[in-house]
Design a protein around this ligand. Structure first.
Ligand code: GTP
Ligand code: MG
Length: 512
């Protein structure tokens, strides 16, 4: 074995000498396209501001109805949210405080957190994604029937400059919780106890104030609102040390449960808070690309014993999750995936999206939800051991050329990684190299060197490798076939032919 290693290492040094200009082609391809990275922005959040990450379940009542949750659906939803909040806070220690009510959860990060270097898209998408997978996994503990319709989560970031703002923000949210719950309790009981129709109940509640709703509940339903469950009236507060349902309005909470550095007081003005919501304006008439990437998939793939270098099950599951995204968001015209990443290209005109945080939240939540929910269909023998998490970023490209270069960059990356990994694992598994010596052996080699090593030393013709491994996956509506179904192809998208065959895919005309 030592002799073989020596021979191979000798050949490696010869390879270095034999390098010529043509051998640098694939690296050139990558560097030629790499300029597209300069379109990416690193929107960092200002230091020493409280970061509030808010997660909203979109149309949660409709979502519960579609999944046939009828009796006590609000209670079940609250229980799932509570459990998900605890899981997320358990996994993400930088969250100092959580607050959940109705279909909303606010996670408040430590004021001085440097998590993900305070990069806005990264912070938001990671938490939303973590929340989505925890939600899907918790669902099974509370509802017997499997999910048939997946939830979508929207997200936003609010950046609060002072302790007083944080106190005002959560106090105001608790007020909203109270108003929503009082209205819903009144409507529900007018139907269930006073036997009014839904329309009659809505009519009765319309334009009533707090006192009048209390009165309706008392006189027509014999219910004293004060006796309603505290978690419904006040929402659920999640602290690191205790989970007491507390009251944000009281000084006590800010003095003992969640002490702040600056002095704060009860304040009854909240309107000013809306100006702290972050808005990442989307330029009109640009192509939008949302790129998703698995978080810590090196560890995730090891935990779940992924095949090396490519696991067909994982790649097919990623493709399935991408199709779920494309069905949910028809504005996505093409998607391209490889390894643990997927890029979604959104058409230029008439997509209607105005704000980046909302867009990346919804897309990453649907992708994560689908990946988690359909895991068992692809990994029948392997239990999902932890929450899969993805991050997302949004990049705006001004021209068709720049989007094409972006996609070429990703496909060139797929090619380079796959060729390296194929060589590496064959050296380790078939030639008995240690991981370090295989790494050393391949150091500095170019594409042609690796093709030759594969052919001459490992008896493998690289072009025979599966197209999905070599080229990644492209999903789009195939115009040539005439129908509108999404197709998954493993074809070249760097050269012109794909774009000639699918000339209308991205290059649409403005309708009005
Ligand atoms: P971050 O994205 O920075 O959080 O790190 P990461 O660990 O996810 O690494 P990165 O995204 O750079 O690369 C993806 C990693 O996922 C690869 O390095 C592999 O370790 C792993 N991976 C993805 N697909 C497969 C697969 O099909 N088989 C195996 N064995 N591993 C895979
Ligand atoms: Mg990754």
């Amino acid at each position: 074995m030592i002799k073989l290693h020596l021979q191979l290492l000798k050949k490696a040094s010869l390879l270095h000498i034999k390098r010529n200009i043509s051998q640098t082609k694939s690296i050139m391809a990558l560097t030629k396209f790499e300029y597209v990275k300069s379109f990416e922005i690193e929107n960092k959040l200002e230091a020493l501001h409280w970061v509030v990450l808010s997660v909203y379940c979109v149309e949660h009542k409709e979502f519960l109805k579609q999944n046939n949750v009828k009796n006590g659906s609000e209670i079940i939803f609250r229980q799932i949210m509570s459990s998900v909040c605890s899981d997320v806070m358990e996994e993400e220690k930088e969250i100092a405080l959580g607050y959940a009510y109705s279909n909303i959860v606010h996670f408040i990060l430590k004021r001085d957190t440097y998590l993900f270097k305070r990069r806005e898209y990264k912070l938001l998408s990671n938490i939303i994604s973590r929340y989505s997978s925890a939600f899907i996994r918790n669902w099974r503990n509370f509802v017997e029937t499997p999910l048939c319709k997946l939830p979508t989560f929207n997200g936003e970031i609010i950046l609060l400059p002072q302790d007083q703002c944080l106190r005002d923000f959560v106090t105001n949210e608790q007020r909203k919780c109270h108003f929503i719950n009082l209205e819903e309790t009144t409507l529900r009981n007018l139907v269930n106890i006073a036997k009014l129709s839904s329309t009659e109940a809505l009519e009765k509640v319309k334009n009533t104030n707090e006192g009048q709703k209390n009165e309706l509940l008392f006189s027509l339903c014999n219910i004293n609102y004060n006796n309603e469950p505290v978690e419904a009236k006040k929402g659920a507060i999640f602290l690191r040390n205790s989970n007491d349902c507390a009251n944000f309005i009281k000084n006590e909470f800010w003095e003992s449960s969640f002490p702040l550095t600056q002095k704060t007081e009860k304040n009854f003005k909240y309107d000013y808070l809306s100006s702290f919501k972050r808005r990442n304006h989307i330029l009109p008439h640009t192509f939008l690309v949302v790129r998703i990437d698995g978080k810590g998939f090196s560890k995730f793939s090891a935990t779940h014993k992924f095949e090396k270098p490519n696991d067909r099950r994982s790649l097919n599951l990623m493709n399935h999750a991408a199709i779920t995204v494309m069905k949910k968001f028809p504005i996505v015209k093409l998607s391209y995936g490889q390894s643990d990443e997927y890029s979604f290209v959104i058409k230029r005109f008439g997509h209607g999206e105005k704000e980046g945080n909302s867009l990346i939240s919804r897309i990453v939540s649907v992708l994560t939800g689908s990946f988690t929910n359909y895991w068992k269909d692809f990994f029948s023998e392997t239990q999902l051991e932890c929450n899969p998490v993805f991050d997302a970023r949004l990049v705006l490209y001004p021209t068709l050329e720049s989007v094409r270069d972006y996609l070429s960059w990703r496909q060139a990356d797929c090619h380079i990684n796959n060729m390296y990994n194929t060589c590496f694992w064959k050296l380790v598994n078939e030639k008995g190299f240690s991981r370090t010596s295989a790494q050393e052996y391949l150091k500095g080699t170019f594409s042609e060197d690796k093709q030759r090593i594969l052919k001459e030393e490992l008896g493998f013709i690289y072009s025979d490798d599966e197209p999905m491994f070599r080229k990644g996956s492209v999903i789009y509506k195939d115009n040539l076939s005439g129908d509108n179904t999404l197709v998954v192809k493993h074809c070249d998208i760097i050269g012109p032919q794909f774009w000639i065959d699918n000339c209308n895919l991205l290059e649409e005309k403005r309708v009005s």
